[in-house]
Structures are given as structure tokens and as C-alpha cells.
Ligand binder design. Structure first.
Ligand SMILES: NC(=O)c1ccc[n+]([C@@H]2O[C@H](COP(=O)([O-])OP(=O)(O)OC[C@H]3O[C@@H](n4cnc5c(N)ncnc54)[C@H](OP(=O)(O)O)[C@@H]3O)[C@@H](O)[C@H]2O)c1
Length: 303
């Protein structure tokens, strides 16, 4: 089968489509990949910023159809599914024609959802769900979400804007302002769309969620407030604000969270991000587009 593979780290040009052995059908479910999304972690793995053992097949997210279902797995051949693999921990990447999974980390793609759209959901959506589970009680609180326009940020924004009991301000790039003004019109949550960190009031927020990587905005948290981040490479030093509850999220595989993300998106309550579809052979181009910054939506590769 073919796979997007790294034999050395470096620029996008190190990505190659190569022939690799099919996974052995055994205890695990084997999924025939229809689409696999590109995430920033793939860029960090490819560049060597995050160490990995080589050669490696890249990718965390996929959607496809079940090719082999062991008895008792709860799935049947032909089922439409989405899944997330912790590529860094397991060495199993999603950018291959067939990928094997523990069935407990696989969820069904809701009826009517395109597999290319489903593939865009797992890592970003599950991270958002797990981050929100770790925020303190949000009722009556003032919240700042940094990077609402990003992959994880858009899932967080969709859920936070649905909560009338809190006031949520969004910090986005200037080019995203009008889209987010429109997006939040009519949403239950009160709040503003900000585009400049200088507009952010210091010490004013009960909860600051950083989905973009703006460590300087640690100062926006009030004393005894909470700061949650997902960006280990641009996170503030928690020792600077011992009065703040600091959380660095590390996403974990979870089939129930994945199902929640897929069902939320199917109801129309998800991130509303468009998928840009490219073939596996254009993996390097996908990495270049994401690396440049300013890309919106999700890049999805198809075999
Ligand atoms: N800890 C975990 O478990 C976990 C899980 C998932 C993702 N992550 C990490 O979290 C980060 C975001 O992931 P993602 O998939 O959402 O990436 P993404 O789709 O590239 O989104 C990041 C967004 O943040 C924006 N941004 C960056 N700095 C900003 C700032 N100072 N103010 C406002 N917006 C800012 C970017 O805008 P521009 O494009 O204009 O620069 C981009 O829209 C990545 O570093 C990723 O590796 C961590």
C-alpha cells in the first residue's frame, strides 16, 4: 500500500509517497483510508522539532471505511468511520491506504457527512472537548479565547459561543474579524471579537484559553483565575504567575470524545471549517500552505 512517509527530517520536500507493507488483520480494526487531515503536529514531526523514530508514516486523523472488523468489535466491513492515532507515541500514522486501530478509539461517521469532512475533525475536536472538560465552572465567568479561527480554536469557539451563561471574547487575526463578527451574531454567549493583543484588558479574565500561542496574554488572567494552553512550544512559564491555575493540555485517544465531536458537527454545531482536499502526492504542498500561516479550514489528503 502507499503511505506518506518520512525517512529523514527537514523541509516539506522530505515527504515522500512510498510503498509500505499492509497492516496485518488481527485483533484490530483495519480501516481503508478515504482521507487523512494535516495538523501542525505533522509539520513539527516532519521538521524534527518533535523527535520521532524514522522511518515514520505521518498523520493523526483519518476517516474511511472498515476493511476488516474482528468479531466483537462492534463494527462491520464497510462501516464509515473516523479515528485518531497518537502517531508520535505509537509510530502508526494515518496517511496510509490502510491503518489498524483499536476499535475503542474509532467512531462512526454520521449519515450525510462526507468522509473528507469527517477526517478534518478528530485531533482538533477531541483536543477542544478535553480542554473544556478541564476548565473551571464557566457559568458567570469572563473568558478569552485566543486563536478562535484555528483548527482547535474553531471547535472551542463553537462550543463556548453556545453558552449563554458566560461572556466569551475571541481574539483572532485582523483578517478574520468580519467573519467572526458574523459567526457570533445571534450566538447565545455575549462578548467581543478582538484583533489586537493590545485590546486585551490585563487581569480581566477568569479563564484564558490559548489555542493560538500567545504566551504574553498570560497577563490577561485575573488573580486566582485559570490559563489553559495547547501550545507547548509557545506557552508561558507558569512560575511567572503562581496565582493562576495553569494547565497545558495533552490530548488523549478517546472514542467517546471522538463520537461527541462527530455528532456535534453533524448537528451543525461544530466548527464550520471547509476542507481543502489534495492527493497524498501533494503532502509537501499541504505542509507549505500550513507552514506559511494564514491558512483557514483544514487540509485533507486523499490516497
Ligand atoms: N496539546 C495538544 O494536545 C494539542 C492538540 C492539538 C493541537 N495542538 C497544538 O495547538 C496549536 C494549534 O493547533 P491547530 O490545529 O488549531 O492549528 P491551526 O489550525 O494552525 O490554528 C492555529 C491558529 O492560531 C492562530 N494564531 C497563532 N498565534 C496567534 C495569536 N498570537 N493571536 C491570534 N491567533 C493566533 C493562527 O493564525 P495564523 O494562521 O494567521 O498564524 C492559526 O489560525 C498547534 O501548535 C498544535 O500543534 C496541541
Amino acid at each position: 500500500m502507499k503511505a506518506v512517509r518520512l525517512t529523514r527530517t527537514g523541509g516539506p520536500e522530505v515527504l515522500e509517497v512510498q510503498e509500505v507493507p499492509d497492516p496485518e488483520p488481527a485483533e484490530d480494526l483495519v480501516i481503508r483510508t478515504a482521507a487523512a487531515a494535516v495538523n501542525p503536529v505533522d509539520l513539527a514531526t516532519r521538521s524534527g522539532l518533535i523527535p520521532t523514530s524514522l522511518p515514520a508514516v505521518l498523520g493523526w486523523d483519518l476517516a474511511g471505511t472498515v476493511a476488516h472488523a474482528p468479531a466483537g468489535s462492534g463494527f462491520r466491513a464497510g462501516d464509515r468511520v473516523l479515528a485518531m492515532t497518537a502517531q508520535l507515541g505509537t509510530g502508526v500514522g494515518s496517511m496510509a491506504e490502510y491503518v489498524s486501530f483499536d476499535p475503542k478509539y474509532v467512531a462512526r461517521v454520521p449519515q450525510g457527512m462526507a468522509l473528507t469532512d469527517a477526517a478534518a475533525l478528530p485531533l482538533t475536536g477531541v483536543t477542544a472537548v478535553q480542554l473544556l472538560r478541564r476548565t473551571p465552572d464557566r457559568r458567570g465567568k469572563r473568558i478569552l479565547l485566543i486563536g478562535a479561527q484555528g483548527g482547535v480554536g474553531a471547535h472551542l469557539a463553537a462550543r463556548l459561543l453556545d453558552e449563554a451563561s458566560a461572556r466569551t471574547d475571541l481574539l483572532v487575526r485582523p483578517a478574520d474579524h468580519s467573519a467572526w463578527q458574523e459567526r457570533r451574531a445571534g450566538c447565545p454567549a455575549d462578548g467581543a471579537v478582538l484583533t489586537d493583543p493590545a485590546q486585551v484588558e490585563a487581569g480581566a479574565y477568569d479563564i484564558v484559553i490559548d489555542a493560538g500561542g500567545a504566551p504574553g496574554l498570560f497577563e490577561a488572567v485575573r488573580p486566582r483565575g485559570a490559563f489553559l494552553t495547547i501550545t507547548p512550544f509557545s506557552a508561558p512559564d507558569p512560575a511567572v504567575r503562581p496565582d493562576v491555575a495553569y494547565t497545558l493540555i495533552g490530548v488523549e485517544l478517546d472514542g467517546d470524545d471522538l463520537a461527541d465531536v462527530a455528532e456535534t458537527a453533524a448537528r451543525g454545531d461544530g466548527p464550520r471549517q471547509e476542507a481543502t482536499v489534495l492527493p497524498f502526492e501533494e503532502a509537501a504542498e499541504a505542509h507549505r500552505r500550513l507552514e506559511r500561516g494564514g491558512f483557514r479550514g483544514k487540509l485533507v489528503l486523499v490516497p
